[in-house]
Design a protein around this ligand. Structure first.
Ligand code: ATP
Ligand code: MG
Length: 425
């Protein structure tokens, strides 16, 4: 019978890869903790209407990427394509946002029906950060500095650059949109197909176009920054000045507009040239209008999301994950003979009580050679070997697996102390 396969673009994350995911996730969690952010966990499925209303009807996500289905009650539900909408919904519904300041984060799978390729999948994973109730540029700066700290800790800072822009207030964008449409109407026949369609529906997204002819046309388009409102400009200047004083380099990219409708003022992306065309590893911005758009009281908000798969790819490409992060076992316990096997199990339990060592016990018998092969493959730095003679004398043999040091016999009562010294965890 034909075997059932996974869904295209939805990957298994296998045991040899998960240590790198955990390494990344633990670093992110520690950095977020250092800034006082609290975790929130939302459902993966929401009402379709939530995404339509927040992300925008004429965005790529809502137009063609959502996994939408009818449930048994006939309600239209959608697998979340991103986390911001659900986070705002949850915050509003549970009274976290009204007249409050919140610093929140979440992690988990997101779903978009895109063409699968390196760095682009149909189920992918994000760590998202959202803040509410703070309108000044200081919180924008905090978010950016937080991400920079993370890259520094992970050894990625030299491989990424910060792109920054302001997209102003809704009114300023409206004024600019008119000017842009008027300009592009004049050279309509040269626009690529997507951009032509967007001319009527979502002209700002044309700035995002990857088409080279369209890009060239945009060089002579009206300058967005000339249309910006004073408040947004001041906000942007203040943000840049904090980043300057913090010594963090950035590039102002006037073409950076972001794909979703809800952004205003600050937008930013961390991009790398090490991953080919899927180079954005973290993206975010301010979305002061979204809470109100979803039925709450107007609440300033700013956040970002990072793509875990792309960051894992980058960590692997740059080869910056320490070996210790991939190692999941410190000690492998092998035994020879039925009596020794049951004794080994009890000894393993005792050592787990007395130390923090990660101990893998050999189960299922087998000769010495095959047990040692497994010990080696486990990644453990030491093997503990127990035979019937050793049990009789209440000793065990310790055999270093990653150095030339000689093996030795150690009394059971001394094992915990000896192992913590040689393995040094
Ligand atoms: P892109 O321009 O690469 O499509 P986006 O603007 O659609 O990105 P966001 O919605 O801002 O992406 O998501 C934030 C981050 O999540 C991206 O910067 C990227 O790292 C990651 N991401 C987005 N879509 C995917 C996907 N299909 N597969 C893997 N990672 C993704
Ligand atoms: Mg996209």
């Amino acid at each position: 019978m034909a075997k059932i396969k996974a869904i295209r673009g939805m990957n298994d994350i296998l045991p040899q890869a998960t240590p790198v995911w955990q390494y990344l996730e633990q670093h992110v969690q520690t950095v977020l903790g250092a800034y006082g952010y609290a975790e929130i966990r939302m459902p993966i499925v929401e009402q379709t209407e939530l995404f339509k209303r927040s992300i925008g009807e004429v965005t790529d996500i809502v137009e063609k990427e959502m996994y939408t289905f009818e449930d048994r009650n006939g309600d239209s539900l959608t697998l979340r394509p991103e986390g911001t909408a659900g986070c705002v919904r949850a915050g509003e519904e549970n009274g976290l946002l009204y007249n409050q300041v919140q610093r929140l984060w979440y992690k988990g799978p997101m779903f978009r029906h895109e063409r699968p390729q390196k760095g682009r999948y149909r189920q992918f994973h994000q760590i998202g950060v959202e803040t509410f109730g703070m309108q000044g540029p200081d919180i924008d700066a905090e978010l950016i500095l937080l991400t920079a700290r993370l890259w520094r800790q992970l050894g990625l800072l030299d491989a990424v650059t910060l792109q920054l822009n302001t997209i102003g207030s809704a009114e300023a964008r409206g004024r600019y949109k008119d000017a842009l449409v008027q300009y592009l109407q004049g050279c309509k026949e040269q626009l690529d197909e997507d951009s032509l369609r967007r001319l009527d529906t979502n002209p700002m997204r044309i700035l995002d176009s990857k088409d080279t002819t369209t890009q060239a046309l945009l060089n002579d388009a009206p300058d967005f920054h000339e249309y910006l409102d004073t408040e947004s400009l001041e906000h942007f200047e203040a943000l840049k000045s904090v980043l300057d004083r913090a010594g963090l380099a950035y590039e102002v990219n006037p073409r950076l507009v972001r794909g979703l409708d809800y952004y205003c003022k600050t937008v930013f992306e961390w991009v790398t040239d090490k991953l080919g065309s899927q180079g954005t590893v973290c993206a975010g911005g301010r979305y002061d209008g979204l809470v109100e758009q979803l039925g709450g009281k107007a609440t300033p908000a700013v956040g970002f999301a990072m793509g875990i798969e792309r960051l894992v790819l980058l960590l692997e490409t740059l080869d910056v994950v320490p070996l210790s992060a991939r190692q999941t076992v410190d000690l492998y316990i092998a035994s020879m003979g039925a009596g020794a096997a049951s004794e080994a199990l009890l000894l393993a339990e005792r050592l787990r009580n007395e130390t923090d060592l990660r101990i893998q016990l050999h189960c299922g018998g087998g000769n010495f050679k095959s047990q040692m092969k497994k010990a080696d493959r486990s990644g453990a730095s030491v093997a503990l070997i127990l035979g019937d003679d050793e049990v009789a004398q209440q000793v065990a043999t310790l055999k270093p697996l990653r150095s030339d040091a000689a093996q030795k016999q150690v009394a059971w009562s001394q094992l915990a102390a000896e192992l913590t010294t040689i393995i040094n965890v």
